[in-house]
Design a protein around this ligand. Sequence first.
Ligand code: SF4
Ligand code: SF4
Length: 200
Amino acid sequence: MHPTDISRLVELLDEDITAFDCAQLCRGADGMAYCCKTQNFVPVLYREEQTYWNERGAHWQEYPVTVKEEAALSVGQVFCSCALSTCQRDLRSLSCRTYPLEPYFGYSGEFLGLTFLATASEVDRETGRLRCPLSRQYRSIRQQFINKTTLFFDQLLALRPEEKEAYLQSSRRHRKRHRECGIQIIVLRPDDAVLEKINL
Ligand code: SF4
Ligand code: SF4
């Protein structure tokens, strides 16, 4: 990905997800947000993106993962950690900026909106709490964030159409979880309509 593409995508993800600091909902005793601990979430960066941020003062470093985890990546992606105890918000990766959301595609492959990563909406076995509390408090997510993040994924997939298949598979898994375990699929749409149906 060219640096100008990355700049354009970063601009789209400059909105705050909520009107308040959502880390208030999940911060541990160590003061860190749940999603900023590598045992909970490891951001995926494009290799060019890693260079892009590090040239601007970040310290994104490759993070060791299992062979299975690495196999799930698209070409040119790498798991990274930011090595920060206090976030430098301007140097957040694209992956940090979209967490806890991903695109949701309907049965016919149409892009319907954004849904929560399965790993964000599960209960953490260690704490017994929801991994990302926003997956329950989704009405706190700002509409402008939803609008811009939807546009971001639209433009990202235009640049990297090969990534669509992974999101299609993920959407199918969401439907399977719903059918088998009754887990609700929440879709946040850019037009302000929240869909909470099963037949998406
Ligand atoms: S996105 Fe979720 S897990 Fe991350 S800081 Fe906000 S509430 Fe916590
Ligand atoms: S850059 Fe900020 S948001 Fe991203 S993992 Fe590091 S501390 Fe968390």
